[in-house]
Design a protein. Sequence first.
Length: 185
Amino acid sequence: MENRGRLYQDIQEILVRKEEISNAVKMLGEMITRDYEGKSPIMVCILKGASVFYVDLIREIDLPVNMEFMMVSSYGHGTQSTGNVMIRKDLDIDVHGRDVIIVEDIVDTGITLSFLSKIFAQRGAASVKIATLLDKPARRKVELKADYFCFTIPDAFVVGYGLDYDEKYRNLPDIGILKPEIYEK
Ligand code: 5GP
């Protein structure tokens, strides 16, 4: 592999390079800025996977946004969703009457985001939209459509740009398919 570094040794194929990510995030930021003109949405970062995407995205949005963080878990240490979503860290503010944009790394089965959308609706948010970096439509288990997404990817386990396997590879600048032998061993 032409790329430097030991993290890349575990990557089977790079799917999206950092330059492409950066262009897509910029365009998404401009789109959100237009769509929310005159508003001040709460941008909810879903930790930890969305963190890298989130800090890049909010800096491309020319609006007075609120930064909020939430942590949920559904995966544990494996590569398959457990189907149960648990809130491990909640927001610090009330979303009642506010516009909420949930910022997520990837929509896979759709279970996490469908759970979160319902929670914010129950809490009385004026609107709830989803911005995701990646969409993996092949594995959907519940009907869910992201309002904003950057890339559609095939059915493969990916890491990088915030996405991990067992807490590693989050700092890989590109998004790549992890070699199956890494999680199969
Ligand atoms: P869902 O509830 O849509 O099945 O899963 C959402 C969560 O699963 C994501 O936030 C992410 O943490 C994890 N996930 C799903 N697919 C992948 C993947 O290909 N790579 C990594 N690293 N995490 C994934």
